[in-house]
Ligand binder design. Structure first.
Ligand code: HEM
Length: 538
């Protein structure tokens, strides 16, 4: 059974052309009426007035008036491409998700890269985290791996997401990202909520200004739970490794590019694909035992501000991603694509990471507004390639023409169709996971170490990277107006590295505070054995 482009039961015009593709030979109205002229409105007499009966004028202006939709509340600026993911088959022992498990299975994908804080028209090379979102059109349904180019996040609980974004977005009075108060609110937030320290140092390092989307790593950030055919579970973290290596711009290059070509990354991606230089990444996983504690060697796997260093748990390759085609239409595809961490397939489950749990709500919620109602799932770029029979009905902009009289189950009217799918028929059957405890609103003690991994990251950098990072802190904190915030930031830097703190303090013309680094390193003993976790920028 096939589902047509326009919905069940309607196969398109007789010539077989897709009516959505604007493929007719003649200019028409949106109702398909051929038009002789699109430059002159209908007037009573050569010198007007214009007639209300001019349906072409009305339809043309009316469609134009409503061309804009809200940009994404975060990650508004992006660039995307189509491609293919090929599974190596090595993950077959840990998951039953065919997209990852089945050797040589090719799954179509749509990948969108983005900056986080800039608006849709902002420059590509701003210092920021980059989004790395992948939609797998798997034969078992859509799976979205909605990651970033950094392995950690600013906050540990989704309830703080509106706050960190409010602190980082442009100043509300002037809407200027570089205005003094925008720098003040960002640094105010990350020094008052010190769990942000680790992500912030990644931002201040060369990772904050990538050379190209083709040269970035990608991380799923959260710990996910995989389930195999025997219903055994493991915990994993996902990582994309670019074939071209990890490369960054210098700050001066980034600024020049922002002026000379604000579309620097967007152009680079599209040009490379058009020239046949298809960007490639390898997908890998770090695998951990699934136990009640969800900890690994003292590191809380539910804390998205932490990594498990690759020296402790190596990344095991499970598949390859190649981007092979540019979108045909930016709005239809790149703008309308709707990623959601909640889109999973059998064999891939969530963990109790409180950031992930909140994300699962937020994406669905925001897309209702951004894409105008619940039927955004029927937009071509969002449609699953697996057959859909969901019993969902109606709503604004319904595109399908569902058949049947009983969209509920069980029913005896439509012969009980569609049938529920059990485990054997590929149903998404959640493997039980133990939950117990009091209802509370408080932090967890295993989330309290905010500095040791930031210190580890800084220690892992090469000398030039350390210099760039020091300069970045000095430049960005130099834009902060309130002295109190700068002093607080130096207090945080003292907990990362004494020399880093001293250099930034000197750059700001302030005295360096006393360090108390040792106290924080002791909080996570496993980490003090590890010298570094990142690949230096090559
Ligand atoms: C958008 C990643 C945390 C809410 C995005 C996008 C990415 C991303 C890559 C852009 C998707 C696209 O290209 O269309 C991440 C990562 C996070 C994180 C890696 C942490 C690990 C959060 C949290 C929330 C959130 C905690 C809310 C509680 C949103 C929203 C959008 C978005 C509302 C816009 C989606 C849309 O309009 O379609 N995020 N995010 N994110 N994110 Fe996140």
């Amino acid at each position: 059974e096939t589902v047509s482009a326009t919905g069940v039961g309607y196969e398109g015009p007789e010539d077989g052309r897709d009516p959505r593709a604007q493929a007719g030979d003649f200019l028409t109205s949106p109702m398909g009426v051929r038009l002789p002229d699109t430059d002159h409105s209908l007037k009573a007499g050569r010198r007007g007035p214009t007639l209300l009966e001019d349906f072409h004028l009305r339809e043309k202006i009316n469609a134009f008036d409503h061309e804009r939709i809200p940009e994404r509340v975060v990650h508004a600026r992006g660039a995307a491409a189509h491609g293919v993911f090929t599974a190596y088959g090595t993950a077959g022992t840990i998951t039953r998700a065919a997209v990852l498990a089945e050797k040589d299975l090719e799954t179509p994908v749509f990948v969108r890269f983005s900056t986080v804080l800039g608006s849709r028209g902002s420059a590509d090379t701003a210092r920021d985290t980059r989004g790395f979102a992948v939609k797998f059109y798997s034969k078992e349904g859509n799976w979205d791996l909605v990651g970033n180019n950094m392995p950690v996040f600013f906050i540990q609980d989704a309830i703080k997401f509106p706050d960190i974004i409010h602190a980082g977005k442009p100043n509300p009075s002037r809407e200027i990202p570089q205005a003094q108060s925008a720098h003040d609110s960002f640094w105010d937030f990350v020094t008052l909520h010190t769990e942000a320290t680790h992500h912030t140092i990644w931002n201040m390092s060369d990772r904050g200004i990538p050379r190209s989307y083709r040269m970035m790593e990608g991380f799923g950030v959260h710990t996910f739970r995989l389930v195999n055919e025997a219903r055994e579970t493991v915990l994993v973290q996902f990582k994309w490794t670019p074939k071209l290596g990890v490369h960054s711009l210098t700050w001066e290059e980034a600024q020049l590019a922002a002026g000379a070509d604000p579309d620097f990354h967007r152009r680079d991606l599209a040009d490379a694909i058009e020239a046949g230089a298809f960007p490639e990444w390898e997908l890998g996983v770090q695998v951990f035992p699934d136990n009640d504690e969800q900890m690994y060697e003292g590191i809380d796997l539910l804390d998205p501000t932490k990594i498990v260093p690759e020296e402790m748990v190596p990344v095991q390759p499970i598949g390859k991603l190649v981007l092979t085609a540019n979108p045909t239409n930016y709005f239809a595809e790149t703008e309308q694509v709707a990623f959601n961490t909640g889109h999973v397939v059998p064999g891939i489950e969530f963990t109790n990471d409180p950031l992930l749990q909140g994300r699962n709500f937020s994406y669905l919620d925001t897309q209702l507004t951004r894409l105008g109602g619940p039927n955004w799932r029927q937009i071509p770029v969002n449609r699953p390639h697996a057959p859909v029979n969901d019993n969902l009905r109606d709503g604004f902009m319904q595109q399908g023409i569902p058949t049947g009289d009983a969209p509920y189950l069980p029913n005896t009217v439509d012969d009980g169709e569609p049938k529920p799918a059990d485990w054997e028929h590929g149903g998404y059957v959640t493997v039980p996971r133990h939950v117990e405890g009091d209802v509370v609103r408080e932090t967890q003690s295993s989330f309290e170490d905010h500095f040791s991994q930031a210190a580890m990251f800084y220690a892992s950098l090469s000398e030039p990277e350390k210099v760039h990072t020091t300069e970045a802190y000095t430049f960005e904190l130099g834009k902060v107006y309130e002295k109190e915030i700068k002093v607080r930031a130096l207090g945080v830097l003292a907990k990362i590295d004494t020399e880093l703190c001293a250099r930034v303090a000197a750059g700001l013309g302030l005295p360096a505070p006393e360090p108390d680094l040792v106290e924080h390193l002791e909080a996570s003993p496993a980490l003090s054995q590890v010298t570094g976790q990142t690949h230096p920028v090559d």
